[in-house]
Design a protein around this ligand. Structure first.
Ligand code: PLP
Length: 394
């Protein structure tokens, strides 16, 4: 008999009843150090006092009104995002998937309005993840996500991640847009080198194709800059945001330059919930905290420490781990043991991590994780590794 919850997840036997900062407390009282953070969602940890205050204050005043009316919290969050990024304008969604839908629609509308309605093609990368809608799975293109869901949304082509020559061949005067994660998340924490991001920007400028960055996972301070592409000193035309921007409240956004977004007029897109007062009151507080240069410098500092500890861990446990990669507090342990076994051994050691493709274990702690907690996380990872490959008795 099918379970009452549609069984699309293999759930661990863990039920969390409370969260405090980087910690989750199981129904039986066990404390787990959370290096998954709801898959990069709880960017400020669990029950951050400033977010609790912003949420409850807004909850007492007004939860939801339609986008038929003016929403000051939404206006303030859009202004903050425009002030801190390349963008001239913002549309709010409830998830990364919805941000993907609008990014694709916006790119196609741009060319339709420019008198090139046949210019619809979107170039994407293998190993990418852009969400579970029809456009999202067509963009990612992997068999695992698309099997049985055809006919797929047409107009997507895929090039191997990091293959410059294939990319040059694929991006032409027929390309509406290129969509890429500056750091692949689900694909196994694979950063696109700065030189590739710069080259991609040049390629798009030469052909006129719009550049869409999917910063749903790598954005909102995760790499130590507000958005990951800032490290490369270039900007996209359109950017998808979600996950960390709501700190745990469902919120997403599409940011765009004026020229990319110019064709989106009244009635061309919409959302019932997107950008409602409750979501934006929380998002505004998240933005206020994360966009602070001092906060971001702290992320980079602690990321450096964590990375150093993890290099040591890999060196101490070569039978379990192969390498560390990633950017900022978006880190991946490339495993020799099956990554799902490492994640399970982590549970036994009171540690939550998330598997990704390429036999990687993802470490996406709250950006507020302390140095002491980083030490604790490394100790627990070492215990997990020892349970998989016991060190020889000396
Ligand atoms: C999670 C994710 C999405 C999809 O976001 P949802 O909120 O689950 O719809 C899209 N792109 C990337 C890079 C993601 O990590």
């Amino acid at each position: 008999m099918i379970p009452s919850v549609l069984p699309t997840y293999n759930r661990a036997e863990l039920t969390f009843v409370k969260g405090e900062g980087a910690w989750l407390i199981e129904a039986d009282g066990r404390r787990f150090l959370d290096l998954g953070a709801g898959i990069a969602v709880n960017a400020l940890g669990h029950a951050h006092p400033a977010l609790v205050a912003a949420l409850t204050e807004q909850a007492h005043a007004l939860w939801h009104v339609s986008n038929l009316y003016k929403i000051p919290q939404q206006q303030a969050l859009a202004d903050a995002l425009v002030a801190e990024t390349f963008a001239d304008t913002v549309f709010f969604t409830n998830s990364g998937t919805e941000s993907c839908e609008l990014a694709v629609k916006m790119a196609r509308k741009h060319w339709s309005a420019a008198g090139e309605p046949e210019r619809t093609e979107i170039v994407a990368f293998t190993g990418s993840f852009h969400g579970r809608s029809s456009a999202g799975i067509a963009a990612a293109g992997s068999e695992k996500m698309t099997a049985g869901f055809g006919p797929l949304l047409p107009g997507f082509t895929h090039v191997p991640f990091g293959d410059h020559e294939a990319l040059k061949r694929a991006v032409t005067e027929k390309t509406a847009a290129v969509i890429v994660e500056p750091v692949q998340g689900e694909g196994g924490i694979r950063p696109l080198p700065d030189a590739c991001l710069k080259g991609l920007r040049e390629l798009c400028d030469e052909t006129g194709a719009l550049l869409i960055f999917d910063e749903v996972q790598c954005g909102m301070g995760r790499t130590g800059k507000l958005f990951a592409h800032e490290w490369a000193g270039i900007a996209p035309d359109i950017m998808m945001v979600a996950k960390g921007i709501g700190g745990g409240f469902p919120l997403g956004a599409v940011l765009a330059s004026e020229s990319a977004a110019a064709a989106m007029s009244a009635g061309s897109h919409g959302s019932t919930y997107g950008g409602n007062p409750l979501a934006c009151a929380v998002g505004l507080k998240v933005m206020e905290i994360i966009a602070d240069p001092e906060f971001l410098a702290g992320v980079s500092r602690r990321a450096g420490l964590f990375r150093q500890r993890l290099e040591g861990l890999v060196a101490d446990h070569p039978e379990v781990f192969e390498a560390v990669r990633g950017a900022g507090l978006m880190l991946g342990l490339v495993c020799k043991a099956p990554n799902t076994e490492v994640v399970k051994a982590g549970y036994a050691a009171g540690l939550l991590t998330v598997p990704a493709a390429d036999n990687v274990v993802r470490l996406l702690p709250p950006l507020t994780i302390t140095e002491e907690e980083i030490g604790e996380a490394t100790d627990r990872l070492a215990r997990a590794a020892e349970s998989l490959a016991p060190a020889e008795a000396s």
